[in-house]
Design a protein around this ligand. Structure first.
Ligand code: C2E
Ligand code: MG
Ligand code: MG
Ligand code: MG
Length: 278
């Protein structure tokens, strides 16, 4: 059992505040019940253009709004759903709600790019690309307003089908992002095989960029590589002004992190966008 999957990290400002490090284990059956009761929703974390400082989009991050325990992060349910091969329901729920949000933001005059996470392990079903595309088109949203962040959290068994799905999604106009670049499985191997449009540098590299010269060099190289490959570079986990300034001198395209804003529910994100207008 992965320890990380058992430790819930509760965010400040959530409905129920709990001390850090509280251990709470959910069973697959409890997660299924929560899904059935529609207790899951996306939280949105702003992505900002580093050159202009403008809000250019948001990443949709799954949250379980538990009636008893409050806001629960994905580490408590995604690994179990992936292992049970039951990610589809969550993927489509996130897609539906995030795309609807994208649409209502457009209706309010904000043309923002919404990023949605996709586990590579859930891409083995060959019909997935077409179902995703249909869902987005049905909602009246241009796939070019959606970026799919691809994470590889486990070894892939059915690589061929996953790659075919990704190629189709790209062909339909979706942006594809390599998430957590530099960690675990999400490395060079993926880069060579996916026609991606964004490289998302993992927060473990960004976090200590101010104090660690080696990390800074790795981040600088990643940004340079993204530029040469003509894809956007995104830094996640930008926590301080100092991080922001270093990344700016390294010519990183997009920043995301607590320094800018924490993930927030749709109402709060709508307010955030409205404030940005003034
Ligand atoms: P990720 O896609 O790499 O998302 C970034 C994670 O970093 C998020 O954690 C976010 O809340 C957190 N974060 C953002 N800024 C900062 C910062 O400045 N400092 C620190 N320490 N953390 C920051 P979160 O929301 O707990 O999500 C964890 C992971 O769960 C995500 O990592 C993603 O891989 C996965 N995930 C979340 N939602 C979904 C989903 O709907 N589908 C799939 N397949 N995976 C998801
Ligand atoms: Mg992501
Ligand atoms: Mg990431
Ligand atoms: Mg990450």
């Amino acid at each position: 059992v992965q320890l990380e999957a058992l430790i819930l990290r509760y965010e400040r400002g959530s409905r129920a505040q709990r001390p850090h490090g509280t251990v709470q284990v959910f069973t697959l059956e409890e997660i299924r019940q929560g899904m059935k009761a529609k207790q899951f929703e996306p939280y949105f974390q702003p992505k900002v253009d580093m050159k202009t400082g403008r809000l250019m989009g948001a990443e949709a991050l799954a949250r379980w709004i538990h009636p008893e325990y409050g806001v629960i992060t994905p580490y408590a349910f995604i690994p179990l759903l992936e292992k049970a091969k039951e990610m589809d329901e969550l993927t489509f729920m996130m897609l539906e709600k995030s795309v609807a949000a994208c649409r209502s933001l457009q209706d309010k005059g904000h043309s923002l790019v919404i990023s949605i996470n996709l586990s590579l392990t859930s891409l083995t079903d060959i019909t997935l690309a077409d179902r995703i595309t249909q869902g987005v088109l049905d909602a009246g949203v241009d796939p070019r307003a959606i970026v799919l962040e691809i994470t590889e959290s486990a070894a892939m068994t059915d690589v061929a089908h996953a790659l075919e799905n990704l190629a189709r999604l790209r062909m339909h106009g979706f942006g594809l992002s390599i998430d957590d670049f530099g960690t675990g499985y999400s490395s060079m191997q993926q880069l060579m095989r996916i026609a991606f449009s964004e490289l998302k540098i993992d927060q473990s590299f960004v976090k200590d960029i101010a104090s660690n010269e080696s990390l800074r060099i790795v981040v600088e190289s990643s940004i340079g590589m993204a530029r040469k490959l003509r894809v956007k570079s995104v830094a996640e986990g930008v926590e301080t002004q100092q991080d922001w300034e270093i990344l700016k001198t390294l010519n990183c395209d997009i920043a995301q992190g607590y320094f800018i804003a924490k993930p927030m529910n749709l109402d709060a994100f709508m307010d955030h966008c409205a404030v940005g207008d003034q």
